[in-house]
Design a protein around this ligand. Sequence first.
Ligand code: THU
Length: 202
Amino acid sequence: MEAQMANTLEQRRDDLRNTRKRNIKIELVQFCIALGLHYLCILEFALKYAMSIRRLEIKNLTKDRQSLVELARRAALSAYAPYSGFKVGAAVLMSDGTVYTGNNQENAAYGQSVCAERVALLYAQAQKPGVAPEAVAIAAIENGCLTTSPVTPCGACRQVFAETEQRYGRPVEILMTGEDVILSADSASDLLPCAFSSDTIK
Ligand code: THU
């Protein structure tokens, strides 16, 4: 009788040990899957970024895009930038083929200055609320010369681009230009991952 009880107890201990071992194995597999998914997300973001923002030579752009860049450069010439001396121009190509341009408008109360991108894009949307903006070219002039490095939009302008993409349900191509080179993004949202949007406040 005692021997039988001892056997049953031993059996229970073995079962308990086996269950623990199985649980540890399951947790280990779950941990590995979570770690793998985490690295896949990072890889996906890096690949998306690397593929969506390209560095090109302006002379290799299509004629359409080259003329958009030219219009942004011309708009920069008439910027009102007495405080920074950094004159920025932006040209917005609408999907009906019209182009609206704008430039930075500074103010003695510095915080009230408005960037070229927002002047151009918001004006375009005010004129043609039913037409989606398709592409925006940005250029800047400093000390009378085009900047060598491409001008990239500030965070506030990126947020406004993101809203425009959401509003019209289509991407806005961003052409950030320097004298010879250009950084080209197929969609403004590539410049602002995890943008704040109306989805959050609904
Ligand atoms: N600025 C723009 O208009 N767009 C940009 O992409 C970057 C900065 C303006 C704001 C300010 O008038 C001046 O450039 C210097 O920051």
